[in-house]
Design a protein around this ligand. Sequence first.
Ligand code: ADP
Ligand code: MG
Length: 276
Amino acid sequence: MNADAEVVDAHVHSDAPRPVLSALEARDVSAWFGTHKVLERVSLTMEAGQVTALIGPSGCGKSTFLRILNRMHELVPLASLAGEVVLDGADIYDRTRKLTDARRHIGMVFQKPNPFPAMSIYDNVVAGLKLTGIRASRDEKDEVVERSLTSAGLWREVKDRLRQPGGGLSGGQQQRLCIARSLAVKPKVLLMDEPCSALDPTSTRVIEETMGELQKEVTIVIVTHNMQQAQRVSQKCAFFLASQGTPGGIVEHGDTDAMFSEPQDERTFDYVNGRF
Ligand code: ADP
Ligand code: MG
């Protein structure tokens, strides 16, 4: 097997065919917490193999939108949800599909690294399979652990201490362990909600470099408050805003370079230049 195939194979096990990268499309997504409408008809295509950055002030609905993209909001219940989220032509809200189906294809990483601290590094990665109902043999697990930790840029640092607890790693390593856990099932999309806000600049830089490699195998959506980071890691960008009591929506989206160098909307200009 050549090295390229090893990185990008389609399924959990390494002899599977090369994947076709997937786009994730939100269509007219609106959402309510109680009577408070937090998102208003948000439509956005997150293109295959690209990193899309979601930017915008606090409270404009970025995290809510991200959770809706993989049905994670079912843990933080919304009063109501409208619209569609389409992956490879299928609505992930199709009630005939199991929740674990959506989760298997769309992984998520949060702001605060949340590995199972007492669990070993090895078992933390394997937990990514179990959480979505995948069973694997010992050999398959070994393979998944090495592949996932390699893709998350952590293999070399931990390969000699896989049986040590995940909680013993540094913050940046813990976050990469969480990325590895998400990658265990070979998701098509990886959602990252401010994955570096709790990390120091060096750990942040390592994760950004990891993302550059990762996007060859998975479509990435990242929420970030760091405008430099958005410019460093993303090719596409969407600016969310909720102003004066109106629900959150996208003011402008497009190529990241263009959004920062020649924003079309004055509010985007002000935001990317740190004016609010
Ligand atoms: P962002 O990630 O852009 O900061 P959020 O998606 O967290 O924004 O929040 C969007 C809006 O939804 C905010 O007005 C927030 O107060 C509200 N909100 C978020 N979570 C809940 C919840 N669990 N219950 C009620 N309102 C919520
Ligand atoms: Mg948020």
